[in-house]
Design a protein around this ligand. Structure first.
Ligand code: PLP
Length: 400
């Protein structure tokens, strides 16, 4: 067994240094808490970046993974498995859409969604290929998904990028109206922008987007990799806005921590792919789907989603209280359900580091936005604990 220092040393020497890691090594989790290799406990309000929706070590999830592993972990998509058939059935029922494809990650789910949208549009008109996405979006790290990601710094040095992508301001339906045309294959948006700074759609923005897509025969693809799986208080975030996409993508929380991704679409769009047009070795394997089935049995329950809505509202109120107390530090509080952001006037990294010292794992995105994506099983006490730590940390920051 390695000591903590040996873990740091082995990783720092051998792992590709693309992550700005915090100097703790996590060892185990329990509900809303995680423990590092020194035995220190942290309350986890990042949840593996919106992944551990049922918290850590949720017994039914652990049991499902163990019993599936004892039967069969993987067998390729050349064969049927009960776990995958069941997970697909549940997602179709929940979404009101008709066809599911499982991948291993968010980026892959989006990549598949973009491919099927292009193929579908191509069958209508071979010049219909353009994808419109939003500035400040985040869609993943593959070449196509990082091209759709409207944050140029992710694209630097990686040119030439795939062609046919353009961008509009999120929440600006007029700009989209000016840009969309009959060569637009798809409009590709996060239902609620996460990584880009936690921006929910305003007013009837998504309804206007839906209408514009319909007028131009463009597909609406909603990326719910972060906002879906109950985080907004509805199973799919789009349910909050009275619209339905042609394709929705999921990943992060879908299997409670086991890698998985999915896109779900209509029968009409699904027909654009024939056998052999898309595939995956691991995607939707029985281990991942057995885990997903626990999430899909638990999160959509009315009581579960009501807790997300109630705790989201409670947490947001407490963040507003902090904003009132520290008006020179907190500029704005925003978000939906348990996808909340507090935009700061100062760099967030110091606040995140100070909170970590005090035993809370929180996150900062785009430099200045504290992003809270806790497990969906949090209660008031957990929220109070984090708010208390934030209060201490902000009080310290105010002195400097
Ligand atoms: C995290 C995220 C992705 C990428 O998911 P990966 O599993 O890291 O590939 C895509 N879209 C959104 C909205 C995300 O939050």
């Amino acid at each position: 067994m390695k000591t903590t220092q040996e873990i740091f040393a082995a990783d720092d020497k051998n792992y590709l240094p693309v992550f700005n890691r915090y100097k703790i090594a996590l060892d185990r989790g329990d509900g809303v808490y995680v423990f590092d290799t020194e035995g220190k406990r942290y309350i986890d309000f990042l949840a593996g970046i919106a992944v551990n929706v049922l918290g850590h070590n949720y017994p039914p999830l652990v049991d499902a993974i163990c019993s599936q592993a004892k039967k069969i972990i993987h067998c390729s998509n050349l064969y049927y498995t009960e776990a995958q058939a069941t997970a697909a059935e549940k997602l179709v029922k929940l979404s009101g859409l008709e066809r599911v494809f499982f991948a291993n990650s968010g980026a892959e789910a989006n990549e598949g969604a973009l491919k099927i949208a292009r193929k579908y549009a191509h069958l209508i008109d071979k010049d219909k290929s353009e994808i419109i996405s939003a500035w400040d979006s985040f869609h993943g790290r593959t070449l196509a998904t990082l091209t759709a990601t409207g944050q140029p710094h992710y694209q630097e040095g990686l040119q030439p990028l795939p062609g046919g992508f353009s961008y509009v301001r999120f929440n600006d339906a007029d700009e989209l109206a000016a840009k969309i045309n009959d060569r637009t294959a798809a409009v590709f948006l996060e239902t609620i922008q996460g990584e880009g700074g936690v921006y929910p759609p305003q007013n009837d923005y998504l309804q206007k987007v839906r209408k514009l897509c319909d007028e131009h025969g463009a597909l609406l693809i909603l990326d719910e990799i972060q906002a879906g799986i109950g985080r907004s208080g509805k199973f799919f975030a789009y349910e909050n806005y009275g619209i339905k996409p042609d394709i929705v993508t999921l990943a992060k929380g879908l299997a409670g921590g086991v890698p998985i991704g999915a896109f779900i679409t209509t029968e009409k769009v699904a027909k654009a792919f024939a056998p052999g047009d898309h595939g995956t070795t691991f995607g939707g394997n029985p281990l991942a789907c057995a885990a997903a089935n626990i999430v899909l049995d638990t999160v959509p329950q009315e009581k579960f989603l009501q807790n997300v809505t109630r705790m989201g509202a409670y947490f947001k109120e407490r963040l507003f209280d902090l904003q009132k107390k520290y008006p020179a530090l907190i500029k704005e509080v925003r978000g939906t359900g348990l996808l909340l952001g507090a935009e700061l006037y100062v760099e967030g990294r110091n606040i995140v580091n100070a909170a970590l010292q005090e035993g809370a794992i929180i996150n900062c995105t785009v430099g200045k936005v504290l992003r809270f994506v806790p497990p969906l099983i949090v209660n008031e006490k957990h929220i109070d604990e984090v708010v208390c730590i934030l209060d201490n940390v902000l009080a310290q920051a105010q002195k400097h």
